[in-house]
Design a protein around this ligand. Structure first.
Ligand SMILES: Nc1ncnc2c1ncn2[C@@H]1O[C@H](COP(=O)(O)OP(=O)(O)OP(=O)(O)O)[C@@H](O)[C@H]1O
Length: 457
């Protein structure tokens, strides 16, 4: 068999499209696959000038340059297709006489690629939302809280040091985690340490770690410090206001120099940690009192974020309870609904312990609740009666005076209310129970019976 005789049949049997263009840009041949793949009848293209059909065709470039183009991607406007082809000059007696192109329709692949890009974009968006799940917990109706949240979201992507301030239990750590999870460091560790729990003598070794044999009793093989454990991630220094002046000087040096030495070590380690600090104290006051270094304050106070106490965002209580209940329903394997009247009572209380106290109260309620919904009676009496725990004097006191005479009540109830108030007043003003008993002029047994009756403990 002489191949030359069958050349045309071979070209016609190929699955890839073939187009041959002469040096003067005339299309002299297209194979069957070309006509089928691109739905162009032979007579519509053969004998036509390519530069008139597709003036930006890559084949024209090969005719001009005489150089092949391999695996070349282009969009053919006249066909409305994305193609990938190999374009090779045809040489006869050392002279270029035209170009042969073998090409594939890759429109489907291009379409899939575009689809894939969309999915990648969508999955990035979902990942972003997932990383913001802690920010979801911080959703709020209250302007002051909204400002704190939106500022945190804005600075999350930067590496700026943040100082979170707010009363104990407002959710400073929840904010710190949300910021970390929304930052570029989210795949690296988030390490939290409560400074108040670290004895001053151990501060350096806890934060920087130590090498083996650094001091008597030091750990064999040395110890990783928190800065090393949080490398590439975020270090949350809670209760920074409790730090001793000595420890403050050490922290300041590390922040300034961006490197640190392990205790007993000689090799400086680079500081690659985003620092978020938190305190319930007013650091400006602490500076005035000489308890906090001003230079350290300016270093950590790059972005100050103030989180309002729960009493200033009572509108958020239903949403917070929803989230707390979601967590607790898993722990207690129990779903409990909450009515508006229960929420109203909870909203009347001022929550000095903030979201932490609210969480504890809801947990207390879910533990004792026997129904599928909370009743007002399930609310601990001190909340119902709006009492606050007086840590100094170690008992609960009413912090909001109730109306002295509620005329809707019967005489018996009014007497009991007066007796209760009198007992509380005396208990509050005396240092010992014996002193209170003496002033009230009742027996010890009667005194304790009344404390129990009126829930004054
Ligand atoms: N928005 C919220 N949604 C659900 N739970 C929250 C929220 N904010 C705080 N909490 C819960 O309240 C408790 C106290 O929060 P967190 O520890 O973040 O407060 P804090 O301000 O850091 O307190 P402290 O100053 O005492 O360290 C935690 O159990 C936390 O899970």
């Amino acid at each position: 068999m002489k191949l030359e005789n069958h050349l045309l049949a071979i070209l016609e049997s190929l699955h890839d499209a073939v187009i041959v263009v002469s040096k003067d840009c005339t299309v002299i041949y297209v194979n069957k696959a070309y006509t089928e793949n691109f739905a162009v009848p032979k007579e519509k293209i053969e004998g036509k000038k390519l530069d008139q059909i597709e003036e930006t065709s890559r084949i024209l470039e090969v005719i001009r340059s005489g150089k092949p183009l391999l695996n070349d991607y282009s969009y053919v406007h006249s066909l409305g297709k994305h193609v990938c082809g190999n374009m090779t000059p045809l040489i006869d007696n050392g002279e270029m006489i035209g170009v042969v192109t073998i090409m594939k329709d890759i429109s489907e692949v291009t379409k899939l690629e575009k689809e894939l890009d969309k999915y990648i974009e969508y999955s990035n968006e979902l990942r972003k939302q997932l990383n913001q799940k802690n920010f979801f917990l911080l959703k709020s109706e209250v302007p002051k809280m909204k400002t704190a949240v939106s500022l945190s979201q804005k600075v999350a992507e930067t590496t700026a040091t943040i100082l979170l301030t707010g009363e104990s239990g407002v959710g400073k750590e929840v904010f710190a985690r949300a910021i970390h999870e929304a930052s570029k460091r989210h795949e690296k560790p988030f390490v939290a340490i409560n400074i108040a729990s670290v004895p001053d003598s151990l501060f350096e070794s806890e934060l920087f770690g130590h090498v083996e044999g650094a001091f008597t009793g030091s750990r064999k093989g040395g110890k990783k410090g928190l800065l090393e454990a949080a490398h590439g991630g975020t270090l949350f220094l809670d209760e920074i206001g409790e730090m001793s002046l000595n420890a403050q000087a050490k922290l300041l040096r590390v922040i300034q120099e961006r490197e640190y030495l392990k205790v007993g070590g000689t090799q400086p380690l680079p500081l690659d940690v985003r620092i978020i600090c938190a305190t319930h104290r007013n650091l400006n006051e602490e500076i005035k009192r000489g308890n906090f270094r001003e230079d350290l304050f300016y270093r950590i106070n790059v972005v100050p974020i103030e989180i309002p106490p729960l009493r200033e965002r009572k509108a958020d209580i239903p949403f917070l309870i929803d989230n707390i209940l979601k967590d607790l329903s898993v722990k207690y394997m129990k779903h409990v609904a909450i009515d508006d009247d229960v929420i109203d009572v909870l909203k009347r209380y001022d929550w000095p312990g903030n979201v932490r106290e609210l969480t504890n109260v809801i947990e207390q309620m879910i533990a004792v609740c026997t129904d599928s919904y909370f009743k007002v009676e399930d609310i601990p009496s001190r909340i119902r009666e709006r009492k606050r725990f007086n840590e100094k004097e170690n008992f609960f006191v009413n912090f909001e005076p109730t109306s002295r005479f509620n005329l809707d009540k019967g005489l018996q109830e009014l007497l009991e209310q007066t007796e209760r108030e009198a007992i509380m007043e005396v208990v509050k003003k005396t240092r010992t129970r014996s002193e209170a008993i003496k002033i009230l002029g009742i027996s010890r047994k009667a005194f304790y019976a009344k404390l129990k009756k009126y829930n004054v403990l």
